[in-house]
Design a protein. Structure first.
Length: 240
């Protein structure tokens, strides 16, 4: 009888830990955590959605944006997350981005958004060390950070550094970026006793995009980004 009581306690603790770790099934493993970390990292990454040109002290922009990565909805990890905001095979996250120009050709930005029912936030800093000329493109260094307050994972963080290049024309500005990204996710799962696991995903990223100036202070911007998966982001913003 005493052994039976101890067994019940162990089962209860295991169930509690499983719920705390996001309710993953018994078949959920490290490969599934890696894939989930990749997908969440893609959707929460701070997109460029802008050129390398500095905004200047008067520069200020508010941008509403949506987008995310292409995913395989037949994957096992997909059954462990809320099936929200999916368009076809695209996992869509919404966000608001605010950017402000600073001295020394610096620009700072913040983002707040939501994906898979979870909130995320982030910040970026861009330094345009080469300003655009008649034929010369603008070139900037950019660093970005994002954090997901996840109900699925225990935590997820995204860090990225990029080199951004852009060239402006009367109506459209074209830009591209290449960089390096690190995504770290943590979750609790396992059978018979759930344990803490982590996944660190690193790799090169690439982005191409275009910004249309519809009116003097109204901009439509879109980009295709390659991280762990191919991502698409679009945004509509006001400001300069």
């Amino acid at each position: 009888m005493r052994r039976f009581g101890v067994a019940l306690v162990v089962v209860a603790l295991s169930a509690g830990l499983a719920v705390a770790g996001g309710g993953f099934g018994l078949e959920f493993g490290q490969a599934d955590l890696d894939a989930l970390t990749d997908a969440l990292g893609d959707v929460a990454s701070f997109p460029n959605l802008g050129t390398a040109a500095p905004g200047g002290l008067a520069g200020f922009q508010i941008l509403g944006a949506a987008g995310g990565p292409q995913i395989d909805t037949s994957s096992r990890w997909w059954g462990s997350v809320p099936h929200t905001n999916v368009v076809g095979d695209l996992l869509v996250g919404q966000r608001v981005i605010v950017r402000k120009g600073l001295p020394l050709r610096l620009d700072v930005g913040v983002q707040v958004g939501k994906a898979l029912g979870d909130q995320f936030w982030g910040a970026d800093l861009r330094w345009a060390f080469v300003e655009a000329g008649t034929l010369q493109p603008a070139v900037a260094l950019r660093v970005a950070y994002s954090h997901v307050d996840s109900s699925v994972l225990a935590s997820l963080e995204v860090e990225e550094a990029q080199l951004v290049m852009s060239k402006g024309f009367p109506i459209v500005s074209l830009y591209g970026a290449a960089g390096y990204r690190r995504v770290e996710g943590h979750a609790t799962f396992g059978d018979p006793l759930p344990l803490a696991h982590s996944s660190t995903r690193t790799g090169v990223t690439g982005t191409v995009g275009a910004q249309l100036s519809l009116l003097p202070f109204l901009h439509l911007v879109g980009e295709v980004r390659r991280g762990a998966n191919t991502c698409v982001f679009v945004g509509l913003g006001v400001g300069h």
